[in-house]
Design a binder for this molecule. Sequence first.
Ligand code: PNW
Length: 486
Amino acid sequence: MDNDISRRTFAKVAGVAALSTAMPTVAAAEAAEPAIVAPGRLFPRGFLWGSATAAYQVEGAATEDGRGPSIWDTFSHTPGKTVNGATGDIADDHYHRYKEDVQLMKALGVKAYRFSIAWPRVFPQGSGAPNPKGLDFYNRLVDELLANGIKPFATLYHWDLPQALQDNGGGWESRNTSEAFARYAGYVAQHLSDRVRNFFTINEFGAFVELGYNNSIHAPGLRLPPARFNQTRHHAVLGHGLAVQAIRANAKPGTRVGLAENMTICCPVIENEAHTKAAERATREMNAPYMTVIQEGKYTDAYLAGAGADAPRFTAADLKSISSPLDFVGINIYTPTWVRADDSPLGFTAVKNPNSYPHMLSSWLTIGPEALYWGPRNVAKIWKVKEIYITENGCSSSDVPAADGIVYDTDRVVYLRNYLSHLQRATADGIPVKGYFLWSLMDNFEWADGYTNRFGLHYVDYETQKRTPKLSASFYREVITRNSVA
Ligand code: PNW
């Protein structure tokens, strides 16, 4: 798995001048035009380059082979909830086209694929009897990946909660869901861990709990009052902890477990000591209900005091489960939160510049490449984490193919080049980032934004399901080949 190039001092690799975009042309340009990579700019030897997707966003086949309905089927079929009434009924039809999609990965040169397992395929009612046909899809996918030399990294929860669990007890509002999640996680680990060696429990507490149970823009579309909402947050992290224990109890020895969290990434407004320390304090407090309690086994005093009578109810045993030791930490990083030091009780303020800031097509996706430096740095420094993956990073555009059929997504290339440069800065500083999963392999169902915001390295024509590599796919392929951005 070691990248050949990183073993050499001065690596001869593809030239930046290779501006042609179709994969074969770029490959030809590589052979013709070697370039020099400075050793100080290389990623570490064996750095794991990957790409990511999630079940409901790509699979389609919503009612096939016994899959039960999820809260996202219900939500997306409710008028007015998604742009143009988009649903994941068909999406990228990955359920039927996974072999073709594995070939896209192979052509990119990725060494790992992060996908998610749809809970309602495996347990159509959330708990009770499993559906072997549902699990079989993942058996086929995993076998295909391994046959092509690509390591599978499976996420167990990427938001498609079985509808039955929402109907009975309010989904994550109920402790039953945390326990059902652990049973499902243990079952999957038992059946796949002979080939899947790395699992992520839950994807983005900071999105699905906040947006689904408080802001109502994601499934199940609720706005819970504060006490019930804080309890829902607690049940989500409890579900993670119980799942870690269930995986360890049921998986083959050596199976590794982590999570994929979209932490608030606190970056110092200016990189001096005072603001840097403020960003560390902010990292703990701004992630108190999720990453901090998972790492520290307790809620911060400020979080509990701020919640007051609405604070979650929990036991010491809950906290112990929630903070079950992890093998690695995955962080999804898109945007920075700029922080400065001040004289307030907590010693920091998040700085907003509401009138003028760069962003990608998604309005929330503000640009700050430094997030890929400070995110992992703070996690490693504050919690002594020894193994970090960037489990998502990427950006949205309104890509349109040019007359020659190619998508010249120069905005995405600029975004990735700058973010990855800061990731390399992190590894060069000794921060233990071991891999990077680019979001996303291909355009897909972008939740409430439907199919309008495209995140893919491959353009998907939803009429024909044809996938076409964008300029950014050629860019990423070269990064992987040279193990370096510049
Ligand atoms: C993440 N926000 O979602 C998810 O893990 C992916 O499924 C998704 O496609 C990707 O990032 C791009 O959006 C988010 O509104 C969705 O702040 C919305 C937000 C953040 C992350």
